[in-house]
Design a protein. Sequence first.
Length: 73
Amino acid sequence: MTERSRQQLDKIHATETIQFRLLLGVAFLWFFSHALLCRLTLRIPDEAIVGESCYQTAKRSAYSVVPYAFMRI
């Protein structure tokens, strides 16, 4: 592998890492706001486990959904 192709692969990897983190952050905020809204209206989110905090629910939901966005068909 040449040095140029290695640099290109590193650049692609860095770009995909940034995209993954941004998408994970957006998904986490989305699920966190949903969990908070459900907590404020005294409803239990569909994906919530009894006794789980809003943060834990949002984190688990985001990590279970985001990887599918990067699957290649």
